[in-house]
Ligand binder design. Structure first.
Ligand SMILES: [Cu+2]
Length: 103
């Protein structure tokens, strides 16, 4: 093992790299019912239905509203605060996604 690699491995536990997740909206449902991520991770919401969807949450840690957008488009949000987020679609109240953001 060379010196540089061993140094990187020593530093690695302190490194937290943000991850990217994608959740699709298809058949008036989110592709997963729940998602567990870490602070700083980004979630992209992709509309795979031939009609518009919306993405928003009123949850305490961080409220957001990504607006309404048509098939083929995706919008993303980075979760800067830990906690529980109930993500919904304003057009289809039955659409729900629970995101757990761990510190
Ligand atoms: Cu919808």
């Amino acid at each position: 093992m060379n010196k540089l690699l061993s140094m990187l491995l020593l530093l690695a536990p302190g490194l937290t790299l943000a991850a990217d997740f994608t959740v699709a909206q298809k058949g008036k449902a989110f592709s997963v019912p729940s998602l567990s991520i870490k602070v700083g991770d980004k979630v992209s919401f992709r509309n795979d239905d031939p009609f518009a969807h919306n993405v928003f949450t009123l949850s305490d840690p961080m409220q957001f509203d990504l607006g309404t957008y048509p098939q083929g488009q995706a919008k993303s949000v980075s979760f800067a605060k830990a906690g529980l987020y109930e993500v919904e679609c304003a057009i289809h109240p039955e659409m729900k996604l629970l995101i757990t953001v761990k510190p």
